[in-house]
Design a binder for this molecule. Structure first.
Ligand code: BGC
Length: 757
């Protein structure tokens, strides 16, 4: 949970209070919304009777108020007055059936038009049942699981009065210095799009009006992850082609899945801040994609237009943002302060204001808030539906699916449950706070199963578990090194948990190095020098450059931040109850100097060749990453047969079938994520060296094999041509199928030129 940083204060002097007309409209807000048309009719009648201030109020979102550090959020006296006057559309960072019911009561019982409030919260990877962070869940390559987890998050949050989450975060990120890489699905637009849609479906359920649904908010629109130097909030300069092919697809997928809202990003895109970007917010989003929900600004991003240097003052910032298509103002106060006067002076057309109000009311109606404003404030559901055993079990399963096995020399893993002594070492081994990860909503350390607890529960009764912290995550002191080495020496195997604190990723947490912080690297080295089998368990919110540690450890598990069931999930994998199947959704660099690094790069005129100086490479590093996108091992092994494509030529509007046989060549059952990549060999513009176009989760018993077929359809090959058209260019293509983006078998096919007319 992130608490308000910038105190919001309403400058009442700027607000001209207009007395509402005496005649009351026939309480339109009380009518059930029914279908879309009924919502629109109700909104029409509301718009006819709303005062200017009431209209603007619908566009205002402000953060909940905390009387002191101990009480939960509530409504401040100032906010209460606004709600009573019908001048507040919603409050965010407020939760709890009681607190939200009390606030809602003010709106629907004491305001003139009784328009319900919407309650927002960053429910990013769970509400109280904290699931793995999104980057971790992306490692599962399992959209169905991701959807189920978002559903649980919605069930829990909605029981507590929340009607709107500021998620999913669907920003593509290719620079792991950027702390917010933890909140998204990694570097790939295809995987990112599938997971964006899955989360939207999970949050909103089958019917957004149901009490257990919360409105999704795809953020941050757009290209926020492209920040220069990986520095949060920084400038983004990106071509329209890259924007459309890399950054926008997950947003499009979220919109197509029915996302009710989007959030504008803090950054500029090639000179135009998103929050004032009419081309993006209105042209692309509404014009091209047909989005009918509302867009909310990011936290004070409207007044930040002044710092960007595109608005001279707050009124101009407000006018620019509204005109661009940013309907609601999160926390800056600019709309509340300035829109009434701007409309009165004719600077902002009433029609523009009305359109934004309509969009906000449409979402409230779609959520069923008019029909039952209290449906989501259920103290009984809050008691029964949160952190249930089923939800916790689901978090454990999600945890195991999110783990990526990066190294396993000589089958170090799985460990035997019956080992005599296991040493559990490292600053994250007994940590119950950091596994919650950034943006953990209502996650509580007391709900977290630590790695030490997970291991202690999993081993046989006679197995001795020794623990030493070794060192802290950051800092240079080594008071506990000796104890750690002592434990390691007397153990049969060592599990060492190192990585980052959760504050080191997430918002405003960019790093300039990707090394293990503090003296953790030295701890790993010293423990490895004992000669005992060492299993490195990484907990972190971004890819780390672990080149050295990788050599020192016998086995390495990337576990990210796995949430409340972290310890159990890791133990499930360590001792083989679960065979790991996760695959990296993001490339691991050898050193920070390689970023941005991603698999679907262009070839350049001088593709890197480590033996050739005058090629596109660094002279002091191999040109390959430490781990490629899609990488992940299993306790079993899989062999791929030859790849075939049929027919050899795809006709205009047609498709080809790609086939491969995959065999489990090991001694235990396992799940392989079979990946399909396509390359357009020659185009009117340069094309990526490969692009993920499909994948399949395949579970095979020991010795079992199965055919896998993919369809590559015409639509999968559409790109932006040199003349700016969206089309498929005839020519030769290569399909690649394999266990990760590097280790693939390939086969050619052609795309026929369209028949001459
Ligand atoms: C973040 C958003 C978040 C909002 C509300 C902003 O600082 O960028 O992602 O939804 O705060 O908490």
């Amino acid at each position: 949970m992130k608490f308000p940083r910038v105190p919001f204060s309403v400058t009442l002097l700027c607000v001209v209070f207009v007395r509402p007309p005496a005649a009351r409209a026939e309480s339109p807000a009380a009518r059930p919304p029914g279908g879309d048309a009924r919502c629109e009719r109700m909104i029409d009648s509301l718009l006819r009777v709303m005062t200017l201030e009431e209209k603007v109020g619908q566009l205002v979102q402000i953060t909940g108020w905390h009387r002191d550090a101990h009480s939960g959020p509530s409504v401040s006296p100032e906010q209460r007055a606004l709600i009573e006057r019908g001048e507040l559309g919603g409050i965010f960072n407020i939760w709890g059936a009681r607190a939200t019911r009390e606030a809602q009561q003010i709106a629907v019982e004491h305001s003139r038009l009784k328009i319900p409030l919407i309650f927002g919260l960053d429910v990013i990877h769970g509400y109280r049942t904290t699931f793995p962070i999104p980057l971790a869940e992306a490692s599962s390559w399992d959209p169905a699981m991701v959807e189920r987890d978002a559903r649980v998050a919605a069930v829990e949050a909605s029981a507590s009065g929340v009607s709107w989450t500021f998620g999913p975060m669907v920003d593509i990120a290719r620079d792991s210095r950027w702390g917010r890489i933890a909140e998204g699905s990694g570097e790939d637009p295809y995987l990112g799009s599938l997971l964006a849609a899955a989360r939207v479906r999970g949050f909103q359920g089958n019917d957004p009006a149901s009490d257990s649904a919360i409105a999704a908010c795809a953020k941050h629109f757009a290209a926020y992850g492209g920040a220069e130097g990986g520095r949060d909030y920084n400038t983004v300069d990106v071509s329209e082609r890259t924007l459309r092919e890399v950054y926008l697809p997950p947003f499009r997928a979220a919109v197509d899945a029915g996302a009710l809202t989007l959030m504008s990003s803090f950054n500029e895109i090639s000179g135009v801040p998103s929050t004032s970007n009419r081309w993006l917010m209105t042209g692309v989003l509404r014009g091209e994609w047909g989005f009918r929900g509302f867009v909310v600004s990011d936290w004070t991003s409207i007044t930040e237009l002044i710092n960007h240097g595109v608005a001279a003052d707050t009124p101009r910032a407000a006018a620019l943002a509204l005109h661009a298509g940013v309907d609601a103002d999160l926390q800056s106060g600019a709309y509340l302060q300035c829109l009434p006067a701007l409309v009165r002076e004719g600077i902002v057309p009433v029609a523009e204001l009305d359109e934004s109000v309509r969009r906000v009311l449409r979402v409230k109606c779609a959520l069923g808030l008019f029909a039952d404003p209290y449906g989501r404030c259920s103290e009984s559901r809050e008691r029964t539906d949160i952190l249930t055993p089923a939800h916790v079990a689901q978090a454990r399963r999600a945890g195991t699916e999110s783990i990526v096995l990066l190294k396993n020399d000589n089958a170090t893993l799985p460990l035997a449950r019956t080992l005599g002594t296991i040493a559990v070492i490292g600053p994250l081994a007994a940590d119950s706070v950091d596994p919650l990860g950034p943006w953990d909503a209502m996650g509580r350390p007391s709900d977290v199963v630590t790695l030490l607890e997970g291991i202690s529960r999993a081993v046989a009764p006679a197995t001795k578990v020794l623990y030493a912290q070794g060192c802290t995550i950051e800092g240079n002191d080594r008071p506990d090194f000796a104890a750690a080495l002592g434990a390691a020496r007397s153990a049969d195997a060592v599990v060492i948990a190192v990585g980052e604190s959760r504050e080191m990723s997430g918002e405003a947490s960019s790093r300039s190095t990707l090394d293990l912080p503090g003296v953790q690297g030295a701890l790993v080295e010293a423990v490895a020098a004992t000669g005992k089998p060492v299993v490195l368990v990484l907990m972190n919110g971004r890819p780390l450059s672990i080149t050295r540690e990788l050599k020192q450890a016998n086995a390495v598990l990337e576990t990210w931040f796995l949430g409340v069931q972290a310890g159990n999930a890791i133990a499930d994998v360590l001792f083989g109850a679960v065979n790991p199947s996760g695959k990296l959704p993001v490339t691991f660099p050898r050193t920070v100097g390689q970023v941005p690094i991603y698999y679907d790069h262009k070839n350049t005129g001088r593709p890197p060749l480590d033996t050739e100086k005058y090629t596109s490479r660094y002279i002091d590093l191999p040109s390959t990453p430490l781990f490629p996108f899609g990488y992940g091992l299993s306790y079993t092994t899989f062999a791929y047969g030859g790849v075939t494509v049929s027919p050899a030529t795809m006709d205009s509007g047609g498709a080809v079938t790609v086939s491969v046989r995959v065999k489990n060549t090991g001694t235990r059952a396992g799940t392989e994520i079979v990946q399909l990549y396509v390359r357009q060999n020659v185009g009117s513009v340069t094309r990526p060296v490969k692009e993920l176009k499909g994948f399949r989760r395949l579970t095979l018993g020991a010795g079992e094999s199965a055919p896998v077929e993919f369809t590559v359809a015409w639509g999968d090959l559409v790109m932006t041509t040199a003349s700016g058209r969206r089309a498929v260019e005839p020519g030769t293509f290569t399909v690649q199928v394999g266990t990760n983006s590097r280790d693939v078998g390939e086969a050619p096919f052609a795309v026929a030129a369209p028949p001459a007319r």
